[in-house]
Design a protein around this ligand. Structure first.
Ligand code: HC1
Length: 603
């Protein structure tokens, strides 16, 4: 350890750590802009400069390593003047008006300007935009006039997602963030995940805003407008209303949505349960065909397919492996199809007048609902995907103080969901939900007989890519629901189900390479892939800021909701079982379910 002092505070720090880390350790706040806890150091903005006794130049605290004893000052006239100078220079290039910016009051440049008392544009202010706004993507809007060249989007796209869609082009005054060949985003290799958005400090990157379109649907009396709410927004939405990350607002949200004018509010966790039945059955069928019938065309491991950023990643980067993807649609899309068929008929609503909105933590969900495959109801199954941030704006616009409103339940017939459905939002959650069902289906025993309180801890965690083995020590009778598909379980007795869990597509890239090379992941039977760090709860449509601590709190909230749920296994959700009796009458992976709940992807 090395003894240093920061603003007169004496402390011991490990050799090689940064001044910024040391300052945080003793509660000294140094402003940052290009620095982000999720990303590698870039040290390009220099806003975090400090004075180090004996050094002629100011040091960027995010990058300067502590190799020897130092006396550091973070708040001298020289430091303040340098920081102010940097802010003035950034503002001289930053075209746009805070009042009309989506990041107003949530912009790091704006906060710095306030903090450093900027009350005029010392070096001028652009009066004309330099760049055309790119609105071509169904998920993301790029306004490079507001870019401060911090490269956080470039690093997020590369380091977290392994996509590298964005890069810095040209030099000095011409330097700008660009796609390959400066193509519009819709024509670039982008997976729509939005990680660039929630790592951007300003309004240079935002989601494709559909709030006005949704309002006009709500205002149209001829429309029956329903909304489904995904697991993760309920653990994140509170942050937009100054609540601690991980404060659940599930039922207040339902009240707000009803007051805003939605005709019905449904729980996406319901179709998460349905996804488990369909995807779990598909897995059993794949295993049976591959291991018993020795069918060479059946691909293992099966990959989950509910994360649309991950699906698009596969289409761009490993299209030759698309037949590993489960054919089950995501819960969002299953819901859309059911709403415009089963529900529309029950309710006596003409599906052409039904508008399905999905509240999602994800910008890629906007892309997913626009995919041409997603119209098995005969209409566009899901009309609008709203992010957590967009819906927060609509709630505020409605004058609703979300934390203060009373709680309301979800509407029938899709109001019932299990705890397995809610953990879909956290990395490992889809796998745990699937295993709870598969273990009970195969062994005929309660999952609690093998895992305390049905918590399958081997698949939980935060490692970007992890493996687990689930032993099948005994087998029971095949349950009625799938009896027509597999005759018995004898072939699984004594086997181990090998599973993987992966989040962040940069990790997915490593796992795909491992599979190609015949590494440990190639031996898996089933792998959960989620495009975003932490799973959907870290999605590109969630409140800003994001970091590992915030994501951990959202995750804990989802697992608490699961623990407190009355039903914790997808196959015990009575509303899902009723759906098989009334609508999906030829059972999981049957013809009806194939038409409505499954799809195929082509490169
Ligand atoms: Fe997700 Fe899913 S969990 S993909 O992460 O399978 O977005 O939250 O809604 O569809 O249920 C996202 C979250 C979400 C779907 C479910």
């Amino acid at each position: 350890k090395i003894a240093i002092s920061i603003d007169g505070i004496e402390l011991q720090v490990p050799q090689g750590g940064t001044i910024l880390d040391a300052a945080r350790q003793v509660g000294v706040r140094i402003p940052t802009l290009c620095h982000h806890d999720d990303l590698c150091t870039a040290s390009v903005c220099r806003i975090c400069v400090v004075e180090v006794e004996g050094m002629r130049h100011l040091q960027a605290s995010c990058a300067a390593p502590i190799m020897q004893s130092m006396r550091i000052k973070t708040n001298t006239a020289k430091v303040r003047s340098a920081r102010r100078h940097i802010i003035d220079l950034l503002l001289s290039e930053h075209y746009g008006d805070c009042n009309t910016c989506k990041r107003n009051n949530n912009c790091e440049l704006q906060s710095l300007a306030v903090e450093y008392g900027v009350d005029f544009y010392r070096f001028g202010h652009p009066t004309e935009p330099k760049f055309a706004i790119d609105r071509s993507s169904s998920s993301i809007v790029r306004d490079m006039n507001k870019c401060v060249l911090c490269r956080r989007c470039v690093r997020a796209c590369d380091e977290l997602q392994g996509v590298s869609c964005l890069t810095v082009a040209s030099r000095s005054a011409r330097s700008h963030v660009s796609t390959f060949g400066n193509k519009p985003l819709s024509g670039a290799v982008c997976i729509n995940c939005g990680q660039c958005i929630n790592h951007c400090p300003t309004g240079a990157l935002t989601e494709q805003d559909q709030t006005d379109e949704v309002w006009s649907m709500i205002d149209d009396p001829s429309k029956h407008v329903v909304i489904q709410t995904a697991p993760s927004p309920r653990a994140g939405m509170g942050e937009c209303f100054a609540l601690e990350p991980g404060t659940p607002v599930t039922y207040q949200l339902n009240t707000a949505l009803k007051r805003m004018g939605f005709n019905a509010v449904f729980d996406t966790n319901h179709t998460a349960d349905l996804t488990i039945i369909e995807e779990g059955t598909e897995l059993i069928l794949r295993l049976y065909k591959a291991l018993v019938q020795k069918d060479p065309d059946v691909k293992l491991p099966q990959f989950t397919s509910c994360s649309p950023g991950w699906v698009k990643y596969m289409e761009h980067f490993c299209a030759d492996m698309l037949d590993h993807l489960s054919s089950a649609k995501s819960p969002q899309q299953m819901f859309g199809s059911l709403l415009k068929t089963y529900y529309a008929e029950k309710k006596g609503v003409d599906p052409s007048n039904m508008v399905v909105v999905a509240l999602m933590p994800c910008t890629a969900k906007k892309y997913e609902c626009n995919r041409p495959e997603m119209n098995s109801s005969g209409y566009k199954d899901v009309d609008y995907g709203l992010t957590t941030r967009e819906l927060a704006r609509m709630i505020k616009e409605s004058g609703i103080d979300l934390p203060k409103v009373p709680e309301t339940g979800f509407d029938d017939p899709f109001g019932e969901a299990s705890g397995a459905g809610v953990i879909f939002g956290a990395t490992g959650g889809v796998m745990e939900a699937a295993l709870r069902t598969v273990i009970e289906m195969v062994t005929g025993k309660a999952v609690e007989d093998f895992y305390d309180h049905a918590n399958i801890l081997p698949v939980r965690g935060i490692d970007g890519a992890r493996l687990a083995e689930i032993p099948i020590s005994e087998v029971g009778p095949v349950p009625d629901l799938i009896k027509h598909l597999v005759p018995d379980w004898d072939w699984l007795k004594g086997a181990s189900l090998k599973v993987g869990v992966v989040h962040g597509t940069a990790n997915a890239q490593r796992v795909i390479e491992d599979i190609r090379a015949g590494g440990p992941f190639s031996e898996c039977h089933f792998i959960e892939f989620m495009a975003c760090p932490g799973g959907c709860l870290g999605g590109g449509g969630q409140p800003i800021p994001t970091n590992a601590k915030i994501r951990a709190k959202r995750s804990q909230a989802l697992y608490r909701m699961d623990t407190n749920s009355e039903v914790r296994k997808s196959h015990e959700n009575p509303a899902v079982l009723k759906l098989y009796q009334e609508f999906l009458t030829d059972g999981p992976c049957g013809h009806v379910s194939h038409h409505h709940l499954h799809t195929t992807y082509t490169p």
